[in-house]
Design a protein around this ligand. Structure first.
Ligand SMILES: Cc1cc2nc3c(=O)[nH]c(=O)nc-3n(C[C@H](O)[C@H](O)[C@H](O)COP(=O)(O)OP(=O)(O)OC[C@H]3O[C@@H](n4cnc5c(N)ncnc54)[C@H](O)[C@@H]3O)c2cc1C
Length: 481
């Protein structure tokens, strides 16, 4: 690998980087993607609201508006190809006070300019759709093209598909410096140097740090933290679509939404933050509770199974940055990808490849490109008959590892056999949902740990909870093997 010259090197395996890698794998190119983490999608792409926004909200004319609308339209095919749970549940942006009805009308106008289908609903129509909304509601803007997705599967399956089509994924490779020697970039990582003709910077909240390794920049990332409650899926029927308040300067506000697995998500907050701080705090969580219950008064917060936070790559330019570096068109910045980054990412990937990479090099089609991953069996979503059918073919699918989420040994073994396998307990969780339930891994975590140790042929003390070094067993004792 040391002397190999890659055509394209992507820094960052979040949703942006992995979908760009997949898009590049449609061509005969040597593509490598590196991440400082030991897995794909370990940062912001795994800690967000998971909404495929319709595109009614971004300011017309911005890159956010353009790519959100294009990306939203690409999702139905993408989730089919990558086998990712997705529900086109629509969204409701609600007005609780009379004065807010005017803002709803303005948002409807903005939607028209952005090319997004919406409908203004009166109080009765809103309450008919969502009976648990605050009865004081005055009206809402309904966006039928909004949806919810499993963001963990999205990134991992995009990575898997890119690898299946020839891309190399280097985990635990932190980029620490970048130099240029004639026509080649020398990218220094903690694991050695890599050489590439083109470099794409998709490093999320660290994208300004990476861009500054190449030239001085006139923008910066000022991360904003968003905290959440995640509720169990034993509270059915609370809301059917994603419920938003009116947007403000700070963002789309605290939402209440179903997740693809039937949980509820409530949040996020929005405060300036350190780029590595993903803590949560009681004051912020209480504020979220207050804002959310104003929209949906009966949220059963006692069903909370987890609180967490994610970091927005908010940029001082207040829009996505998707362009060549000022000093060299062979270095491409894909930065400031805050919300609606998840919704926009398939369209961003297409744009980066067609409009920014294509002019730099001859792109010959990869005739062997296969857009699909091998289908996954998810016991949680299957009917009893379907489950029996799967178990008949492979008894491992009948052996439950995670009883809360009904995740079988077969599903974990399948994840381990793929081209982008998990290497940590959370890696298994993100792929299969083992540990996502009420006990939060209390019962299945030791079993998952042992399965990983057995699969990789290492001691359980060498299996991390999440990123490198986050071991949960300190040492073996004499009796335990
Ligand atoms: C609270 C919150 C709510 C959101 N809700 C939504 C939503 O509902 N819908 C929506 O469309 N969008 C939403 N977003 C935005 C969306 O999550 C992001 O736009 C998207 O995940 C960004 O992906 P990314 O790949 O650019 O960044 P990331 O996922 O952060 O990936 C960047 C990667 O770069 C790696 N990296 C960084 N530095 C280095 C280095 N030096 N060397 C190697 N690798 C490095 C990191 O490890 C990371 O894996 C939300 C974001 C937040 C925080």
């Amino acid at each position: 690998m040391a002397n190999q010259i890659h055509d394209v090197l992507i820094i960052g395996a979040g949703v942006t980087g992995t979908l760009i890698a997949r898009e590049l794998s449609k061509y005969q190119l040597d593509v490598v993607i590196v991440d400082k983490s030991n897995d794909a999608g370990n940062q912001t792409s795994s800690a967000n609201s998971a909404i495929i926004h319709s595109g009614y909200d971004p300011e017309p004319g911005t890159l956010k508006a353009k790519f959100n609308v294009l990306g939203n339209a690409m999702y139905p095919q993408l989730v089919e190809d990558l086998d990712v749970p997705f529900i086109n549940c629509g969204s409701l942006t609600i007005a609780i006070e009379d004065e807010q009805l005017e803002t709803l009308k303005q948002l409807a106008e903005r939607s028209k300019i952005n090319g997004v289908e919406v409908k203004l609903l009166n109080k009765e129509a809103v309450l008919k759709m969502e009976p648990n909304i605050n009865p004081l509601v005055k009206g809402a803007l309904y966006a039928p093209t909004a949806g919810i997705i499993d963001p963990f599967n999205l990134v991992v399956h995009a990575m898997e598909n890119a690898i299946d089509n020839g891309v190399t994924f280097l985990r635990s490779h932190e980029v620490i410096n970048i130099n240029k020697n004639k026509d080649l970039y020398i990218v220094k990582t903690n694991k050695g140097e890599l050489m590439a003709k083109v470099v794409i910077n998709a490093a999320g909240v660290k994208a300004d740090k990476i861009a500054s390794m190449v030239e001085s920049i006139d923008w910066a990332i000022t991360p904003r933290k968003g905290e959440y409650y995640l509720l169990d899926h034993y509270a059915p029927g609370l809301v059917n679509s994603t419920i938003f308040p009116l947007p403000s300067k700070k963002g789309k506000g605290v939402l209440v939404s179903l997740t693809t697995a039937g949980n509820y998500i409530v949040g996020p907050s929005s405060e300036l933050s350190d780029p590595d701080d993903v803590s949560t705090d009681t004051l912020t969580l209480n504020n979220i509770k207050q804002a959310a219950t104003l929209m949906v008064p009966s949220i059963p917060f006692k069903e909370t199974i987890r609180v967490f936070s994610g970091l927005r790559a908010t940029c001082t330019r207040h829009d996505f940055i998707i362009e060549y570096a000022k000093s060299d068109n062979h270095f491409i910045n894909v930065a400031g990808i805050e919300s609606p980054g998840l919704a926009s990412s398939p369209a961003i990937a297409e744009y980066v490849v067609n409009e920014l990479v294509k002019p730099l090099m001859q792109l010959k089609k990869n005739e062997k490109f296969n857009p699909c991953v091998k289908k996954y069996h998810r016991m949680f979503y299957l009917s009893e008959e379907e489950k029996l059918e799967v178990i008949k073919k492979d008894a491992d699918y009948g052996m439950m590892i995670c009883n809360c989420e009904h995740i079988s040994l077969g599903e974990i073994k399948d994840a381990l056999s793929r081209s982008c396998p998990p290497v940590s307990i959370k890696g298994v969780k993100r792929r299969t949902r083992a540990g996502f339930g009420k006990c939060q891994g209390g019962f299945c975590q030791p079993k998952v740990l042992m399965l990983l140790a057995e699969h990789y042929g290492v001691s359980p003390t060498k299996i991390p909870l999440n990123d490198d070094g986050s071991y949960i067993i300190d040492h073996e004792i004499k009796e335990a093997k």
